[in-house]
Design a protein around this ligand. Structure first.
Ligand code: PLP
Length: 402
């Protein structure tokens, strides 16, 4: 076997996920004693809620460590229906619990796509969508918002229709709202228009709503229409990772999907994970079985406002509003062609991200990872003093470009 044949041609091309690389970069600077203002990672911080922690501890104490239903504990699946307020439309057989929303997405691609089927994504696809689709032998395609030039990268029904016309093998459209990385949220009419196009064309709409509780300014997430027309085509993805503090590592996600798709995904899980760890399913049950507490969302809104205040008139940058999620999205195209004090000309978002890291210790995520060169993503789920000092450091560095 030749060295290049040791790994499959497909996986040999994979690179580690962008977020993990950022974690390493931040760690390297800290080891050297350099200041780091980490806006890179998409993770909530703070303390794990007592009830969530105690539920996990109790599960271990009571030795709840044997195999459970591969589709997830029935009581958790029932709680998911209530959490998403869809009990009238679905039963627990429509819910599959998985090891994070990533696995939920992979389950969907594996359950639905034949080799070379096309998966359409919205215009700033979250970093792992494409690798997951490719790993499922599907062909990823980004839908660009041609019909809506000033829409903060939100795609419209015309954009979707055009792509569906060109791609007869399209099986699904993945819509992420609130969106990682742009921080935008589609309103009820926008979601409905896209869902209607999917149902009319007989393709699935995968609604990744992982950030759906983190909506600001008194607004709420617009629930998708579920009726005879849409139910066969709507798949919702959600989970524990974002809407609570410090829960990304619990690795619990779920889907609510039509009967046949759920059966296929449960069958698949029965062969490769037997469902996620039972103690963490218990933590999820504790988290979603009680009324949602809005403290974290309130704090994040204050951090968003702080970042916007501190970043007012940031040189060479246009900052987008953030109606939801915990991401600030920066248009940095004005930096392109400018020279750093060391004489390097910045030509893409990754150059700008690297420059901000090296010159200011400000860690951001390059838009290149989200197929949107020209932008940076900053997570403001970070302490206030980091936001204040980080914005000052960024202002100095960006102001030094010539
Ligand atoms: N979908 C989106 C939009 C995300 O931002 C993430 C994680 O960052 C995921 C899915 C995966 O979530 P999980 O950590 O639950 O696997």
């Amino acid at each position: 076997m030749l060295p290049h044949e040791r790994i499959s041609a497909k996986l040999a091309k994979f690179r580690p996920s962008l977020t993990l690389m950022l974690k390493r970069l931040a760690g390297e600077r800290l080891e050297k004693g350099l200041p780091v203002f980490d806006f890179g990672l998409g993770e909530t911080k703070g303390h794990l809620d007592d009830e969530i922690r105690e539920a996990g501890i109790a599960a271990f104490r009571e030795e709840e460590t044997m195999y459970a239903d591969p589709a997830g504990m029935p009581e958790l699946r029932r709680a998911v229906l209530k959490w998403l307020n869809v009990e009238l439309h679905y039963g627990i057989d429509n819910v599959v619990i998985s090891a994070g929303a990533k696995q939920s997405l992979f389950n969907i691609f594996l359950a639905i796509c034949n080799p070379a089927d096309c998966v359409l994504f919205d215009s700033a696809p979250w970093v792992s969508y494409q690798p997951l689709a490719v790993a499922a032998y599907a062909f990823p395609v980004q839908v660009l918002p041609i019909s809506r030039a000033d829409s903060f990268l939100k795609v419209g029904p015309e954009d979707l229709r055009r792509n569906l016309k060109m791609r007869p093998h399209a099986k699904m459209f993945v819509l992420n709202t609130p969106c990682n990385p742009t921080g935008q949220m589609y309103d009820a009419a926008e979601v409905d228009a896209l869902l209607t196009v999917c149902a009319q064309h007989g393709v699935y709409m995968v609604l990744d709503r992982l950030y759906w509780r983190i909506v600001f300014d008194g607004k709420t997430f617009p629930e998708p229409r579920i009726d005879e027309q849409t139910r066969p085509w709507l798949i919702q993805v959600d989970g524990m990772s974002k809407n609570f503090r410090r829960t990304g590592g619990l690795r619990i996600g779920w889907t609510v999907a039509p009967d046949d798709v759920s059966v296929a995904m449960a069958n698949l899980q029965s062969h490769y994970t037997s469902g996620p760890a039972t103690p963490t399913q218990r933590t999820a049950l504790a988290a979603i079985s009680r009324p949602y507490r809005g403290g974290m969302v309130k704090e994040l809104q204050e951090k968003r406002d702080l970042l916007h205040r501190e970043a007012t008139e940031m040189p060479n940058v246009a900052i987008w509003p953030t109606p939801a999620s915990f991401y600030s999205f920066w248009d940095v195209r004005a930096c392109f062609g400018k020279r750093t004090p060391e004489g390097k000309v910045l030509t893409d978002s990754t150059d700008v991200a690297e420059y901000l890291c090296v010159a200011a210790g400000v860690i951001t995520a390059s838009g290149v990872g989200f197929m949107q060169d020209g932008y940076l993503r900053l997570s403001f789920a970070t302490p206030e003093d980091h936001i204040i000092e980080g914005m000052r450091a960024a202002r100095k560095a960006l102001g030094a470009l010539a």
